[in-house]
Design a protein around this ligand. Structure first.
Ligand code: GDP
Length: 360
């Protein structure tokens, strides 16, 4: 249980990185937006500090500060942002199983020129059902007729740059989307006009091509999200971890890719994972993450770790988990823990997963 000695305003809390996923209708720009988030705006430079992880991308706050020209004194309480690489990812349907526990926040991408579409509505229904909060990225603003692009600009600056005609078309399109969201049961507003951020869904206009509005989106994710879910993002020692997929690696044998949501994992940890043949107890042989781009020349593809702290995408080399079930939890058994209880919890995971499959 979390010791909260009067620090309920979060000053002394250690927060973990929020985990974000990107959803939306096909062609709305999910992949492009993810690419854009991954890129640095430093011309020709490296995407400073960004690491492509297992099934995810990690953006440290330093990188976000650099890209958002945030004042030095402005605080960011989280160490970074973990964006799940869901678009087009094969394990997407499995990850949806635990959508509510895997992602802290979703970005629903909507094409401003098309408004809400079938899969947009499906996505928000799913999020509502799983109790996941979301931000709407009203994407492709650069496609509005007559739009003058202002690469990497915050949206207020980009809008100021537009003719009256463009501005009024923009307003009209926003109103349209707000009305459509209302029909889907959500009150929504442009985030900079949103006076009730706790109840009303934030809309951020973006362009995944010119990166306009991307600073705004990043800031909402690392500053506003921690404000509204301080408790959820508080780092705890209770490990929470979800299996994304199982692979056979030529060097490491069976590996499982996981998202470490909270707590820490250690090399050698005894773990229980659900498999198609029931719960399997085994040890973490290696704890791995890919090398950042600039270190790729280093030996091997993966960096070895003794300990990793949430939130991160991690590859674990293990024996006996060839038939592990994606979307279920990985449970750590500490010395003195009741193994039977851990295995029972793993069995429970399998039935949870099954009931969710049936629900979908
Ligand atoms: P997804 O199916 O949602 O992943 O959509 P993609 O990211 O593949 O984008 C679909 C198409 O729209 C591609 O041709 C992108 O280049 C284009 N696109 C995506 N975002 C933008 C944007 O903000 N502006 C413009 N002009 N094109 C975009």
């Amino acid at each position: 249980i979390l010791q909260d000695d009067g620090a309920s305003n979060g000053v002394d809390r250690e927060l973990r990185a929020p985990i974000c996923c990107i959803l939306g209708h096909v062609d709305a720009g999910k992949t492009k937006l993810l690419d854009c988030i991954r890129q640095s705006n430093v011309q020709g430079g490296e995407a400073g500090g960004i690491t492509q992880q297992i099934g995810a991308t990690y953006l440290p706050v330093e990188n976000i500060r650099e890209r958002t020209s945030l004042k030095a004194e402005a605080t960011i309480k989280v160490p970074g942002l973990l964006v799940i690489d869901t678009p087009g990812h094969q394990s997407f349907s499995n990850m949806r199983l635990r959508g509510s526990s895997l992602c802290d926040i979703a970005v629903v991408v909507v094409d401003i020129t098309r408004g809400l579409e079938k899969q947009t509505i499906e996505s928000i229904d799913l999020l509502k059902h799983r109790n996941v909060r979301f931000i709407v990225a009203l994407n492709k603003v650069d496609r509005l007729y007559g739009w003058k692009t202002c690469p990497h600009a915050p949206i207020a600056k980009a809008l100021k740059n537009q003719s009256e005609d463009v501005q009024s078309e923009f307003k009209w399109r926003v109103t349209e989307v707000v009305t459509q969201l209302k029909e889907s049961g959500f009150n929504a507003a442009l985030y900079y006009e949103n006076k009730k951020m706790k109840e009303v869904v934030n809309i951020v206009p973006t362009s995944a091509v010119s990166a306009e509005g991307i600073p705004d989106l990043l800031l909402l994710l690392v500053r506003w999200v921690p404000e509204i879910m301080m408790e959820r993002l508080t780092y705890v020692n209770n490990m929470e971890c979800t299996v994304l997929e199982v692979n056979e690696d030529k060097d490491f044998g069976t590996t499982i890719d996981v998202v470490l949501i909270n707590g820490a994992l250690h090399k050698g940890d005894r773990i229980v994972v659900c498999t198609k043949q029931g719960p399997v107890t085994t040890n973490i042989r290696y704890l791995l993450t890919p090398y950042p781009m600039k270190e790729l020349k280093a030996k091997g593809v993966y960096k070895h770790h003794e300990e990793l702290k949430a939130a991160q995408g991690v590859k674990i080399a293990v024996r006996g988990l060839r038939h592990a079930i994606a979307g279920t939890a990985l449970i750590v058994v500490k010395p003195g823990d009741d193994l039977e209880r851990a295995e029972a919890a793993a069995v429970q995971e399998i039935s949870n997963a099954n009931s969710l499959i049936n629900e979908d």
